[in-house]
Design a protein around this ligand. Structure first.
Ligand SMILES: NC(=O)c1ccc[n+]([C@@H]2O[C@H](COP(=O)([O-])OP(=O)(O)OC[C@H]3O[C@@H](n4cnc5c(N)ncnc54)[C@H](OP(=O)(O)O)[C@@H]3O)[C@@H](O)[C@H]2O)c1
Length: 268
């Protein structure tokens, strides 16, 4: 049963590890959730069921954010949900959906380059542009960057470039949105156990751990905690910045890290 007082937050890529943890956390914070997915409907449905079972609200949206049409379709579906629940206002957006890792400097094709930038950078830009117009003052937007944007990894160059652009979007959109009382920030995760098989491989996990000054990999709930903070009134004076939850992966203290890309390592 919908609680008509709940503010609404959209999480793209909510069928993935960090997105699902974020949707659950924001629901606990009192948001009604619009959870986006593209292929893993069963993961999205399980997320929605768990939120509703815990007393929250969750609507599912399917859209391919690689295309402009898919972005427009997501916005149109959000409009339909908001029109059907007129007392619930949009107050949060988490631009989380992305293609991860690779392609490498030596092998990246123009098509791959465009596809990574379309999903990881253009979609957050267009969604921020369109959905911020539907937000009231006090709302917040969080873009998910990556520690990969902060160190050289030629094997993942295109992915890293998309995430550097996401941080630039955050900085440059902040003053544009501030006049409307909307804050925008980035979160920078390092390796975070999103449930993918690679995180079960001890050798791959050790490789990932070597990037972090604190060692280990993060739980998705740790990233969700930072997103929760940035969307809350506790961060009411925070905009245009990045919150690093990479376990110190961006400070260069990586005594055990290999310089090979994770993709090379996982495919051995
Ligand atoms: N996990 C890490 O180690 C790590 C580290 C640094 C940064 N990050 C960042 O954290 C965010 C979440 O990552 P994650 O680890 O949770 O990844 P994940 O589990 O692989 O989830 C990726 C999400 O993106 C969605 N997606 C993929 N292609 C899409 C498309 N064409 N259109 C729309 N949605 C699409 C997926 O939808 P379906 O599941 O429905 O296919 C899924 O919900 C990403 O921005 C990533 O770059 C992750």
């Amino acid at each position: 049963m919908t609680d008509s007082r709940r503010p609404v937050a959209i999480v793209t890529g909510a069928s993935g590890g960090i997105g699902a943890a974020t949707a659950r956390r924001l629901s606990q914070d009192g948001f009604a959730i619009i959870a986006h997915f593209i292929t893993r409907m069963e993961m999205a449905q399980a997320l929605s069921d768990s939120i509703v079972e815990a007393g929250g609200d969750c609507w599912l949206i399917q859209a391919d954010l690689t295309t402009v049409e898919g972005v427009d379709d997501l916005v149109a579906q959000v409009d339909q949900i908001l029109a059907a629940h007129r007392h619930q206002e949009l107050q949060g957006l988490v631009n989380n959906a992305a293609r991860m890792l690779g392609p490498a400097f030596g092998s990246a094709t123009a098509n791959e380059y465009d596809a990574y930038f379309a999903l990881n950078t253009r979609a957050p830009f267009l969604l921020t542009q369109a959905l911020s117009k539907r937000m009231r003052p006090g709302s917040g937007i969080v873009n998910i960057s990556s520690a990969a944007a902060h160190f050289a990894s030629p094997g993942d160059i295109v992915y890293a470039m998309t995430k550097a652009a996401v941080e630039s979007l955050t900085v440059n959109a902040a003053p544009a949105l501030a006049g409307r009382g909307i804050r925008i920030n980035s979160v920078v995760p390092g390796f975070t156990d999103n449930g993918h098989a690679a995180f079960q491989d001890p050798e791959v996990r050790e490789h990932m751990s070597g990037f972090s000054a604190l060692g280990g990999v993060a739980a998705p709930e740790t990233v969700a905690e930072a997103i929760s903070f940035l969307l809350s009134d506790r961060a009411s004076r925070t905009t245009g910045t990045i919150l690093d939850v990479s376990g110190g992966s961006t400070i260069g203290a990586r005594p055990y890290a290999s310089r090979r890309s994770l993709r090379d390592r996982a495919s051995q």
